[in-house]
Ligand binder design. Structure first.
Ligand SMILES: [Zn+2]
Length: 259
């Protein structure tokens, strides 16, 4: 697990699995934790790693319901998990899905946990909407298309955009169950003006980006969706993302896109 401070009041922790990010944003006396690292030791260390940097989470959000983003309660069991309405709906309609997916992934990699995941109290938040944090306001923007649910969180006073599973330098656009290329495009269109307002963009997986790099990735991802919708099996994936794992995702995307 790696911790990088991107602002005096913003720190990003990156898991060793899939470079999954967790972001702590501070305003006044309050700190919001968004998403989570994966491994049990990372979750166990998270309070100390954040605490050493002066971040003590007082509230928690998940960008979407995929199991690798909702593990925060394994580190901060006393905090409720705030999610967009679309994620609350997905959790309601698929009870136990995140827990099962986590169990299966753990079993694949022989990861054992001290206790199973319980999501605890889940708070459904209106999106688009705003959320007060220590006298400042977080903006919540809809971000579906990767899955059926999702939100991006923008902290204007920090210039930090936490966008969920979009704009990654390590992962191509992934169309998972409930997602669609059209939905993904709509989210990229929502994100574009937010990226323009941001100093730092934190994707769900991989390194954080300055604005210009995020805009370049956005263009690459639109071009990728074009190729996906043309059904191009042998499309050359963007630089840095042309790996075995990403080609497998491309094959799955072609199936999901109806090819
Ligand atoms: Zn993810």
């Amino acid at each position: 697990m790696r911790a990088v401070s991107v602002h005096r009041d913003a720190i990003v922790v990156t898991s060793l699995l899939w470079q999954t990010t967790a972001t702590a944003l501070r305003a006044g006396e309050e700190t919001m934790l968004i998403d989570s690292p994966y491994f049990p030791d990372e979750l166990e260390l998270l309070p100390a790693v954040l605490g050493q940097a002066g971040f003590v989470p007082t509230a928690m959000l998940a960008t979407h319901a995929d199991f690798d983003h909702v593990l925060g309660r394994l580190a901060f069991g006393e905090l409720a998990l705030g999610v967009p309405e679309s994620t609350a709906e997905r959790l309601r309609e698929n009870p136990g899905q995140a827990q099962r997916a986590l169990r299966d992934e753990d079993a694949r990699s022989y990861v054992s946990r001290p206790r199973p995941l319980s999501l605890g109290q889940v708070q459904s938040l209106p999106v688009p909407g705003r959320l007060e944090l220590g006298g400042e306001e977080l903006e919540l923007h809809p971000a579906a298309g990767h899955t059926a649910d999702g939100m991006a969180v923008f902290a204007p006073w920090l210039g930090v955009l936490v966008c969920g599973d979009y704009l990654s330098a390590v992962e191509i656009p992934m169309i998972s169950e409930g997602g669609s290329p059209a939905g993904y495009r709509a989210t990229l269109a929502t994100l574009a003006p937010l990226v323009e307002r941001a100093e730092t963009v934190v994707p769900g997986h991989g390194p954080t980006h300055p604005r210009e790099r995020a805009l370049a990735l956005l263009d690459e991802d639109v071009a990728y969706l074009d190729a996906l919708e043309r059904g191009e099996e042998r499309h050359r994936l963007p630089d840095g993302r042309d790996t075995v794992a990403q080609r497998e995702i491309h094959t799955a995307n072609l199936r999901a896109a109806g090819g």
